[in-house]
Design a protein around this ligand. Structure first.
Ligand code: ADP
Length: 330
C-alpha cells in the first residue's frame, strides 16, 4: 500500500473518536430494515456519521449496500427503523432528503450526446437551481472540467466520465454524498485522482458514504462499515476493525499441494486461507489452533511459514466465512 499523504494521515489519527454533538450527525439511523418477500436484505442496520467524515461501506455483492444507500437518500422507504439524514426525518422528509444529498449510482446516467456543460446544465434544471449558470460554472471549476466543458460526454474516458458524474451530484451543493461503487471499472490512476477529490471535499466539510470493493480505497476512509447478508458485521476505523477481530495470521510462501491446501482449509479453528500475491494468509482466532494446523507444513523444503499482521482483507474474509455459517442459509 502507498503511504497516504500527510493530511490524510492526520485525518486518520483524528478519526479515532467519531463523535458528533447532539443533533449534529449527518447520518443517524437505527434499525434500518428492508424486506423483499420473507427475506430481510437490510437487517437492523445502524449508521452514525459525523460531518466531514468519509465512511467506506463494504461487503460482498448482494449484501445490501445499494438498498441501504437508497433508503438513506429517500428513494426507498424502510420497512423498519428510523433516523435522520442531514437532520431530516428518513420517513417524513424523504423528498427533501432526496433533493439535498448528492447520490451517485453505479451507472453514471449521463447523456452521451450532450457536452459536459450541457449535462451539468440539464442536472441543474432537474434541481430547479435558481442560479444555474453559476452552479454549472462552479461545478466545472471544482472538478477541473473547465477545459473540457464542450467535449461530448460519450467521448470521455471512464475516469473523466466519473469526474463528470461527481460534478453532477455536487451541482446543488449537497453536504452529504452517497456514492455507490463510484470507481467500479475505473483505471487505477483515475481512482487515485477520484480519492484525492473525495478528501478535498471532506476537508471542505462534505460528508461521504462510499461503497467499494477495493481494499486500497477502504484504507483511505476515516471509518468503515462492513455488511454481509444485510447485517453489519464490523464498524470503526481500520485499526479498530483489525484489532477487534483478534485474528492470528500465518503467511506461507511456496507452493502447497492440493492435499495440503485442502487439509489446511479443513483444519479445526482455521477461519480463512487466502492468496495475497505469491503468498497465502492463514487466519485463526485461536493461536494454538493456527499452530496445530501449520505443523504438517513446517520443515518442508520450499515452504516458508512465518507470523504476519492481520490486514483488513484477512478480517473481511474471516467475517464473511463466519457470517455464512450464521446467516447464509437464512
Ligand atoms: P449490494 O449493493 O450490496 O450488492 P443490494 O442492496 O443491491 O446489494 O441487494 C441486496 C439483496 O437484495 C440482493 O440479494 C438483491 O438481489 C436483493 N434485491 C435488491 N432489490 C430488490 C428488489 N427490488 N426486489 C427483490 N430483491 C431485491
Amino acid at each position: 500500500m502507498q503511504e497516504p499523504p500527510a493530511q490524510e494521515a492526520t485525518n486518520k489519527e483524528a478519526s479515532n473518536a467519531p463523535t458528533a454533538p447532539d443533533g449534529a450527525w449527518i447520518i443517524d439511523v437505527r434499525g434500518l430494515t428492508k424486506r423483499y418477500g420473507a427475506r430481510a436484505v437490510v437487517d437492523d442496520v445502524d449508521i452514525q456519521l459525523a460531518p466531514g467524515r468519509i465512511c467506506g461501506f463494504l461487503g460482498p455483492n448482494g449484501s445490501g449496500k445499494t438498498t441501504t444507500i437508497r433508503m438513506l437518500c429517500g428513494l426507498l422507504t424502510p420497512d423498519a427503523g428510523e433516523g435522520t439524514c442531514l437532520g431530516l426525518d428518513l420517513r417524513r422528509d424523504a423528498l427533501r432528503i432526496k433533493r439535498q444529498v448528492g447520490y451517485m449510482t453505479q451507472r453514471f446516467g449521463l447523456y452521451e450526446d450532450l457536452s459536459i456543460r450541457q449535462n451539468l446544465d440539464f442536472v441543474g434544471r432537474l434541481f430547479e437551481l435558481p442560479h444555474r449558470k453559476r452552479a454549472v460554472d462552479d461545478a466545472l471549476e471544482r472538478l477541473g472540467l473547465v477545459g473540457r466543458q464542450h467535449q461530448l460526454a460519450g467521448s470521455l474516458s471512464g475516469g473523466w466520465k466519473q469526474r463528470l458524474a461527481l460534478a453532477a451530484c455536487l451541482i446543488h451543493n449537497p453536504r452529504l454524498l452517497l456514492l455507490d461503487e463510484p470507481t467500479a471499472g475505473v483505471d487505477p490512476k483515475a481512482r487515485r485522482d477520484f480519492w484525492d477529490q473525495i478528501h478535498q471535499l471532506a476537508a471542505q466539510g462534505i460528508t461521504v458514504l462510499v461503497s467499494t470493493h477495493y481494499m486500497d480505497e477502504a484504507e483511505r476512509c476515516h471509518e468503515l462499515v462492513y455488511i454481509a447478508y444485510g447485517k453489519v458485521l464490523a464498524r470503526g476505523t481500520e485499526r479498530d476493525i483489525v484489532q477487534g477481530a483478534g485474528l492470528h495470521v500465518a503467511e506461507i510462501t511456496g507452493t502447497l499441494s492440493a492435499a495440503q491446501d485442502a487439509a489446511l482449509r479443513a483444519a479445526p479453528g482455521v477461519q480463512s486461507v487466502a492468496a495475497f500475491g505469491t503468498s497465502l494468509h492463514v487466519t485463526a482466532t485461536d493461536p494454538a489452533a493456527l499452530q496445530a494446523a501449520l505443523v504438517p507444513l513446517r520443515n518442508q523444503s520450499g515452504l516458508h511459514v512465518r507470523p504476519a499482521n492481520a490486514n483488513l482483507e484477512d478480517v473481511f474474509i474471516s467475517l464473511i466465512g463466519r457470517a455464512k455459517d450464521n446467516y447464509g442459509n437464512g
